[in-house]
Write a protein that binds this ligand. Sequence first.
Ligand SMILES: *Cc1c(COP(=O)(O)O)cnc(C)c1O
Length: 402
Amino acid sequence: MKRIYFDHSATTPVHPEVAAVLVNYMTDLFGNPSSVHSFGREARKAMDQARRQVAALIGAESEEIFFTSGGTEADNLAIKGVALANKKKGNHIITTLIEHHAILHTCEYLEKNGFQVTYLPVDEYGMISLEALERSITDQTILISIMYANNEVGTVQPIAEIGRLARQRNIYFHTDAVQAASNLPIDVKKDGIDLLTLSGHKFNAPKGIGALYVRRGVRIEAVQHGGGHERNLRAGTENVPAIVGLGKAAEIAAQNLTDKIVTLTTLRNTLIEGVMAEIPHVKLNGHPTQRIPGNANFSFLSLEGESLLLNLDLKGIAASSGSACSAGSLDPSHVLLAMGLSHEAAHGSLRISLGWGNTMEDVQYFLNVIPEIVERLRAISPLHAERIELSAQSPCQECQLH
Ligand SMILES: *Cc1c(COP(=O)(O)O)cnc(C)c1O
């Protein structure tokens, strides 16, 4: 059976050129970059090059890139590291309700340890309000952490405006750019970004590698202690193969950025238009235009995202849903709820995230199979029977939002 991968926001395949680099630095060039001999020097040199490649992807200097074990660790280091280093100046952090758990749970941890956190709400499109951000700033505020693009609905925040505001008020600005990297042009200098998180496996590098950009001069403390690696900010022998692979993936991403944006936007728009035209009682979640190129997120009213996923999987299509079923309880997505969706609409959500390798044939195949799946599942849904009865009296309110 044909298999189609539509879940690039969860993880991506490693690019063959990146895989070749990985193997090379696990076998022939396996040195420890801290060693003084030629093996060590080779590894060090490769790591320096990777730092330049990653820096180039986001408009940073190579000395401002610190390698971590992934996006989660980079988020932890940014938030805890800045909080600890600046606690004499203040104890207030501003973030949003729609962040990744790597940010939210880190902030909750800091709240248990004397810090105060404001979680900004978002509108129906998942967008924060700059006025609300400005109003929430106090003389205790040391850090603003707002994601570049959301991992579920793809909404892109007004990063340059946030950066300008933070700079004016002398507050550090961190952004989790895991979903934006390789999907949008990023320029940390132009946008006034002080710290930025990247994760390799979201752009065709392996899992378990990421980076934190820290602008020169930012006060930050290490959260993991040991040797003096990564200029004392992140102890532990560097994962050289993955770091060199991350560098290669960053180089490939930078070279192909414009093409990727055009290609994925075309595929994504075809997919959205197809779904909206063919299927009744469906709502597009996220911003109509300010969203990353490969993201489409729908709510199929009176359906469970889980059953949609299973049925798509039977047809060879891998996607995901905002109703992650954890430990037997159905927890609707905190992002969709923050956007004001009903529990029902949140449960019926489906995320399609396109990436490298997806084609128009893939999109057409999806558009061919989805109407039949939705119809069949709705035929056995008690919620749907109720909706049909209601809509005979008044048109579907929720669908009219967009
Ligand atoms: C995937 C993801 C992370 C976590 O990155 P890992 O490398 O998997 O730890 C953090 N933030 C966002 C927005 C993500 O999509």
